[in-house]
Design a protein around this ligand. Structure first.
Ligand code: COA
Length: 360
């Protein structure tokens, strides 16, 4: 089959580097380990956008104003749109944004998932959408729009860390989709819509919901080994494990695991839920190693994402939309980089079909 095709270099980027052999993620010269302890999501946005957009006087205020601007589109959510899965409803609302390439358009696209997902979740439960407060940091305001109450500092910090952790990650499927569309000179909204469509699949950003389904199915820590053995015997994949690039532990899994532990210390996560997750992780890693000794299959970003987002009050059907809240910053920076420095992306396929029959 197409062995080696994944090694084709499809873009040059200054934005991020995924070092799969050493389990390291670098975002514009800063390692993820440093980024999560020193930077807010607004800081990371400034890092990703530098040189591609003019620097706003204050990123937090500019992003707050963008949340207010996109909130006006929530009124377009009719019953049919509200009934869609949240990520699909969000995509439909996002498609209403103009397709320009400037900083205002970029910030509105960043603001959109954080405004639309909480609004749609509330509308689905017959509650009114809550308008953004532009003076709040992005993560704290997102949680306030979801629950209607100011989050605790720990909750706001946990979502902020999640958004920082997932903001950019090399040329993953959704980022590649964004760059392909940007390479045609279609605008930023078109690039983000393509990326979002790629993100929603279960092999990319759709995994954390099924991670919770697994936790529910296992039920208690003692049942983890037998449940996992049965899944693997049926040829099923364990959600939250394995990665195309990482051959060691995904560094994002540890960044999020420590955020989950912080939430647990503040009482925001049921210790029994955390103990169940840890038992499943231990058993899954041991059994994957035994089953595939030559193919390292480690915990990926989605596993602890599931626990974190559940603890913050997001329902599992909205997890992909929350992933988009963070990754949208990376998509936009990549789209700008591609439009400014790249060419039309037009890879070749290898034809393996039949040749036409020559007339006798
Ligand atoms: N559980 C069980 N087996 C797994 C596995 C998992 N999570 N991930 C990979 N494998 C197995 C495959 O079945 C395959 O076995 P085979 O050679 O006998 O067919 C082998 O490991 C190699 O898998 P491959 O499909 O080549 O890996 P990939 O690089 O294409 O896949 C993922 C990467 C992420 C798509 C894959 O690991 C996966 O499906 N994980 C679960 C979904 C998930 O967590 N996604 C979020 C990613 S951040």
């Amino acid at each position: 089959m197409n062995a080696g095709l994944e090694d084709v270099v499809a873009a040059q980027t200054v934005l991020s580097d995924v070092d799969g052999n050493n389990g390291r993620l670098i975002v514009r010269g800063v390692s993820l380990d440093a980024l999560v302890t020193t930077s807010s999501y607004e800081d990371v946005l400034g890092l990703l956008f530098a040189g591609f957009f003019p620097k706003p006087a204050a990123m937090q205020a500019a992003l707050g104003a963008a949340r207010v601007a996109v909130f006006s589109h929530v009124t377009a959510a009719d019953p049919a749109l509200i009934a869609l899965p949240p990520v699909d409803g969000m995509r439909a609302l996002l498609a209403r944004l103009g397709d320009s390439d400037d900083l205002d358009a970029a910030l509105q696209l960043v603001a959109a998932p954080a405004v639309f997902i909480p609004a749609l979740l509330r509308l689905q439960s017959d509650k009114p959408a809550i308008a953004p407060d532009p003076s709040r940091p992005h993560a704290a305001d997102t949680l306030a729009m979801l629950t209607g109450a100011a989050p605790t500092d720990q909750q706001a910090a946990a979502l902020d860390r999640y958004l920082v952790t997932v903001a950019d990650h090399g040329l993953n499927a959704s980022t590649f989709a964004a760059r392909v569309v940007a390479s045609t000179r279609a605008g930023l909204t078109s690039s983000v819509l393509a990326a979002l469509s790629a993100l929603k699949g279960p092999l990319h950003g759709g995994a954390p919901g099924p991670v919770l389904d697994m936790l529910d199915a296992v039920g208690i820590p003692e049942q983890a080994p037998a449940w996992i053995a049965a899944e693997l015997a049926r040829g099923e994949r364990l959600m939250g494990f394995g990665h195309r690039i990482y051959r060691v532990r995904d560094p994002r899994a540890d960044a999020l695991k420590s955020a989950v532990r912080m939430l647990a210390q503040s009482g925001a996560i049921d210790p029994a839920r955390l103990a169940l997750a840890e038992a499943i992780e231990r058993s899954a890693l041991a059994q994957l190693k035994a089953k595939k000794p030559d193919r390292p299959l480690e915990t990926n970003v989605e596993f602890y994402t599931a626990l974190l987002l559940e603890a913050l009050g997001f329902p599992r059907q909205a997890f992909t939309g929350v992933f988009a809240m963070g990754r949208v910053g990376g998509w936009i920076a990549h789209a700008r980089e591609q439009a400014e420095t790249g060419r039309l992306i037009r890879p070749k396929s290898v034809y393996v079909g039949p040749q036409p029959q020559e007339a006798a």
